[in-house]
Write a protein that binds this ligand. Structure first.
Ligand SMILES: Cc1cc2nc3c(=O)[nH]c(=O)nc-3n(C[C@H](O)[C@H](O)[C@H](O)COP(=O)(O)OP(=O)(O)OC[C@H]3O[C@@H](n4cnc5c(N)ncnc54)[C@H](O)[C@@H]3O)c2cc1C
Length: 380
């Protein structure tokens, strides 16, 4: 579908990411998924391309500008690799750079930000706890002030990039109960009192790492408080908007892959003496999938336009996220149906996408929480 917001610069950036994904990621998706890992150089190569640089000043290796369309197209193109483990693996950095750029003090920023933005070091966002992820305001990890230090105790889980991460943005309780008692902290992986274990045997995202993090009297300097004390919840919610938009874009990329792979297969596969594509039922599946791609993509473009114009459309981002993950589930299921048994085999991109649908519906705010938040934004 023609995009009225397209510009030469945006198109050029999208093409750069697409070419890179096609030559350096797509051919290896199977191999890396089976190995449960992908090479670190991917972070550095994406970093050199500006993938992590949106909204970060050039002083810290960033692009010196932001553009919601480019952010979205980067996610979408990465997700078109036929699997999103690498996209997820580098994504931990994507969701933690914003808070470091905006909230960390100058000393931390000048020490670590360029290395993170250029992909030399890994950073992660650690919010979810073993006791729950949806109810962020109820987090139990604590940070207590002791002289010139903060002492963290508790655990975080499902943290993407957590085993390889060098730096963590950690949510912890510094005040009383509820959302006004939460602050953010910058914690380095070599800090005493910090340890981690991998989450293994996941349904999808095999090539990316997720970890449980433990804070056992983990002491950080007082200056590692990020932003204002007890104002962390608002910062977490603001940051979620970008994470959710990138999940919408990732879902669009996966849906496009489902559609393209389905059309290609339906052209070749003969049943009852004709290509599948000539059977009306299959044609209707293609039409339904294509309509969903167009709808979500158009919605996403309008949201990007609003963000670029200085408004953060929180309700629309929530509605787009649950609509995108529902549409993705539909497209993955229909694509699998068009492939028949061939789609059920490991190594087929549709099999992988089918397994990765659920993490999109749960991570970064589940479908239920997105609906809840959207309705609350409507003042209900
Ligand atoms: C692969 C993977 C990677 C992740 N990466 C990160 C990361 O990098 N950093 C990070 O901080 N977190 C990460 N997460 C965690 C993710 O954000 C949480 O899983 C998510 O927020 C849901 O939290 P939960 O799993 O604890 O489910 P819960 O909060 O226990 O909820 C369980 C179910 O109940 C539903 N539910 C909860 N409350 C309500 C309600 N009031 N009404 C109706 N339904 C409700 C939820 O929608 C969900 O379906 C990741 C998760 C996964 C699976």
């Amino acid at each position: 579908m023609q995009n009225p917001f397209e510009t030469e610069e945006r198109l050029a950036f999208r093409e750069t990411v697409r070419r890179y994904v096609n030559s350096e990621i797509k051919p290896y998706v199977d191999e890396w998924d089976e190995a449960g890992d992908f090479p670190w150089r991917i972070h550095e190569e994406l970093g050199a391309m500006g993938y992590f640089g949106f909204g970060v000043s050039e002083q810290y290796g960033g692009l010196g500008f932001d553009d919601a369309f480019m952010r979205a197209s980067a996610s979408e193109e990465m997700a078109r690799a036929g699997g999103t483990a690498v996209w997820a693996g580098v994504g931990g950095r994507g969701i933690s750079i914003g808070p470091i750029e905006r909230l960390a003090n100058e000393e931390i920023r000048s020490q670590v930000l360029e290395d993170i933005v250029l992909g030399r070091k890994g950073s992660c966002l650690a919010i979810t706890e073993p006791g729950g992820g949806s109810d962020v305001a109820s987090m139990q990890t604590t940070a207590e002030r002791d002289g010139e230090e903060w002492v963290l105790n508790g655990a975080k889980t499902f943290i993407t990039g957590g085993m390889k991460g060098d730096y963590f943005v950690v949510g912890a309780r510094t005040g009383g109960e509820g959302l006004l008692g939460i602050s953010l902290f910058f914690v380095a992986a070599d800090n005493t009192g910090f340890s981690r274990t991998p989450l293994e045997r996941k349904m999808g995202w095999w090539a990316s790492d997720q970890a449980t993090l433990y804070f056992d009297n983990c002491r950080v300097p007082a200056s590692h408080l990020m932003g204002e004390e007890n104002r962390g919840f608002i910062a977490i919610m603001e940051n979620f908007n970008f994470e959710r938009l990138s999940l919408v874009a990732g879902a669009v990329g996966m849906m496009k892959t489902c559609l393209e792979e389905s059309i290609a297969y339906a052209r070749e596969r003969i049943t009852f003496g004709r290509p599948l594509l000539e059977h009306q039922v299959i044609r209707h599946k293609i039409a339904d999938m294509s309509a969903k791609v167009d709808q979500i993509e158009a919605y996403m473009q309008l949201i990007c336009w609003q963000i670029n114009n200085g408004t953060m459309p929180v309700a629309e981002i929530c509605k787009a996220k649950f609509s995108a993950t529902k549409a993705l589930a539909f497209c993955a299921s229909e694509a699998m149906q068009i492939f028949g048994g061939a789609g059920y085999l490991r190594g087929n991109p549709i099999e992988r996408i089918y397994r990765e649908v659920k993490v999109f519906a749960i991570g970064g705010g589940s479908e239920e929480i997105m609906r809840d938040l959207a309705v609350r934004q409507m003042g209900l």
